[in-house]
Design a protein around this ligand. Structure first.
Ligand SMILES: *Cc1c(COP(=O)(O)O)cnc(C)c1O
Length: 282
């Protein structure tokens, strides 16, 4: 059975899910997206994801005639149609299809919505053993708080990681560590978790919020403060987080062991707390 794709209100076969050549997402990256995890048939933190989705739309003046409920309904149906027990759903909206012109099209041009699903399990092996990361200059624009389709900076950073046999690229603006190519970054030093404050330089991750809640519940100090690349290199433990990688330990940075080279105790505590949140979501 072929997978269905949600395209502007309809569930269509994957191979028939075509979009116009002049869609602004295609021409300009003019759109936004979300990626939501599904654990045991349940969408995880779906409300938070769609709150952020509506915020991203609003920041770009994309006029979306949707609510958290209407969006949730759509992706739930798609996950059902595709029989996704464990996996994720990707959803995006572009400003619409119109003759190519940088300026916004008129109000008659309607946003175009697309969603697809994927089935897969949790990245248990990497969560257990950790991953490698490299540092790279953050060359992105100054509205990284918007989850936009414009991902060239992120794409180039990730490709840099691949080139050096790493799973993630940790970006920095000058000396200041911002975030991963597709994740938020945490440095743990002397029992304190440090992560970049939420502003225009990073994407306000939903996983980050869950980790913050877990840290508060477990009385692990959680400081939303900037830190330098040097500080990161001296950290006892490093984590990257996202919807797909969860609470992911980094055991090597730029080829050097992080801390003693093993996944650390605070990371394990946060992983455990995160798993509890997944359990509680059912
Ligand atoms: C999506 C994303 C994240 C992680 O956000 P989650 O809501 O936790 O998935 C972090 N950084 C960037 C650049 C992202 O695009």
């Amino acid at each position: 059975m072929t997978n269905k794709v949600f395209l502007n209100g309809q569930f269509v076969d994957e191979q028939d899910a075509n979009v116009p050549y002049n869609d602004r997402g295609y021409n300009f990256g003019d759109g936004i997206y979300e990626y939501i995890r599904i654990y045991d048939n349940t969408l995880f933190t779906v409300k938070e994801h769609f709150e952020r989705f509506l915020r991203s739309a609003s920041e770009l003046n994309i006029d979306l005639d949707e609510t958290i409920e209407s969006l949730t309904d759509k992706v739930k149906k798609l996950a059902e149609v595709n029989n996704v027990e464990n996996g994720g759903v990707y959803i995006q909206v572009t400003r619409g299809a119109a003759p190519r012109d940088h300026a916004f099209p008129g109000p008659d041009v309607k946003p175009q919505m697309m969603a697809f699903t994927r089935s897969y399990g949790r990245p248990v092996e990497k969560l257990e053993n950790g991953i490698n990361a490299v540092t790279v200059e953050d060359i992105r624009w100054l509205r990284c708080d918007i989850k936009s389709l414009n991902l060239l900076g992120n794409v180039l950073a990730k490709e840099y990681a691949v080139k050096y046999n790493a799973d993630e690229a940790i970006q920095h603006r000058g000396e200041t560590v911002t975030e991963g190519a597709s994740s938020n970054v945490y440095a743990i030093k002397d029992g304190v978790v440090y992560t970049h404050p939420t502003n225009n330089y990073i994407l306000n991750g939903i996983t980050r919020r869950v980790i913050k809640a877990v840290a508060e519940e477990q009385e692990i100090p959680f400081k939303e403060e900037t830190f330098t690349v040097d500080f990161l290199k001296q950290a006892d433990e490093i984590i990257v987080s996202s919807t797909s990688v969860e609470v992911m330990p980094v055991i090597k940075l730029d080829g050097e062991a992080v801390g003693n080279g093993e996944v650390g105790p605070i990371t394990r505590q946060l992983q455990k707390g995160f798993e509890q949140k997944i359990e509680e979501s059912h």
